[in-house]
Design a protein around this ligand. Structure first.
Ligand SMILES: C[S@@+](CC[C@H](N)C(=O)[O-])C[C@H]1O[C@@H](n2cnc3c(N)ncnc32)[C@H](O)[C@@H]1O
Length: 330
């Protein structure tokens, strides 16, 4: 028998590390799947050197970026879920010194389009050419498929199917199954923005009739989809002048790949400004017609006429898409 004395230690393949403590007021962020920093610390320590770049493509509450930052590593984090991005951003901003630290956040999803869930549904129905229907179960119909728009700005989970499963018209489904036992009783299309892998299978399993379930994931299947977005303008009245401070033609900006905050001069994006000083609520009869010549820009500042009542401003961008807004003169 040979005895080898060794001082060398290896890490066991079961790591005994304590879980996040609910009573801890500092580390828990409230993100449901957050991991303790000690786990990530060990992984980063074992696999990188200071200054290396650490990437976590499922960052959740940002444990990996936070630990990487504390350990002097550079990092990239990504997550499909807006809450994850917000939680991580808050967490990192708390950690970072107030000086410029180089934290940059890129939005590669359509989070800003889908801020309002009701609008999100309408935008998706329009962009995917789905016929809206008035029903408590489905949101629309397309080519014989009944369409359900799942919650967006986060991955769709099995729990999100509950409403659909509860509200299905089981009597009709049963009848269809009796009439045509070998056919699907319903063709369902689930539209989502990221989803749990077994979403379709779960729906089929939970409903005791033969369903055909298809998933359209707008991040994976329709990544090039373009959403129609409203333009925005900042207009104020001061010293008897109407001043257009800023104008964001969102569709045009999207086409030019310019972020809203990076617009240097809104006038470069504008074809014309028309103003009706006494708008009758129906027909635009502009008295101010600002259509600059080829190398000029619109003025952006207009003297309000004495007789002005309801003012209607129409700003048209280089795509010939217009924004019209009305307000009362002071
Ligand atoms: C288990 S959690 C990560 C938790 C993280 N380690 C922490 O400590 O907070 C997994 C994350 O992956 C994200 N996710 C799931 N599918 C994704 C995808 N296709 N692309 C990017 N993120 C995704 C989820 O939103 C979730 O935040």
């Amino acid at each position: 028998m040979i005895y080898i004395e060794s001082t060398h230690k290896t890490v066991d393949d079961v790591w005994r590390l304590s879980m996040l403590q609910p009573a801890d007021k500092i580390e828990p962020t409230g993100y449901p799947t957050q991991k303790p920093e000690t786990v990530i610390e060990r992984i980063i320590e074992a696999s990188t050197n200071p200054g290396d770049l650490v990437f976590d493509c499922f960052m959740g509450s940002g444990t990996t970026p936070a630990v990487a930052l504390k350990m002097g590593r550079k990092f990239i984090g990504a997550d499909i879920n807006l809450t994850a991005v917000q939680t991580t951003t808050k967490r990192l901003l708390n950690l970072l010194p107030t000086s410029d630290c180089g934290l940059e956040i890129y939005n590669v999803n359509n989070y800003d389009i889908f801020k309002n869930p009701t609008q999100a549904k309408d935008l998706l129905l329009e962009a995917l050419e789905i016929q809206p229907i008035n029903s408590s179960v489905y949101d629309g119909e397309k080519d014989g498929q009944m369409v359900k728009i799942m919650p967006v700005n986060r991955i769709a989970t099995k729990a999100d199917l509950n409403n659909l499963i509860t509200n299905l018209d089981y009597k009709t489904l049963e009848q269809r199954q009796k009439d045509n036992p070998n056919q699907y009783v319903e063709d369902i299309l689930l539209v989502c923005m990221g989803h749990e892998p077994d979403l379709a299978a779960t729906l089929k399993k939970e409903v005791p009739y033969k369903l055909n379930v298809e998933i359209v994931d707008i991040l994976r299947d329709r990544a090039n989809i373009e959403f129609k977005r409203d333009a925005e303008a900042l207009i104020r009245i001061e010293d008897n002048e109407l001043i257009i401070e800023n104008f964001y033609p969102m569709n045009l900006l999207q086409k030019l790949s310019i972020m809203k905050d990076n617009v240097t001069d809104w006038k470069e994006l504008v074809e014309s400004v028309m103003i009706n000083w006494n708008y009758d609520g129906a027909v635009l009869e502009p008295k101010e017609i600002d259509v600059p010549s080829k190398n000029d820009f619109v003025k952006g500042v207009y003297v309000i006429t004495k007789e002005a009542g309801t003012i209607r401003v129409k700003i048209t961008d280089l795509l010939s898409e217009s924004l019209e807004v009305s307000f009362e003169s002071e």
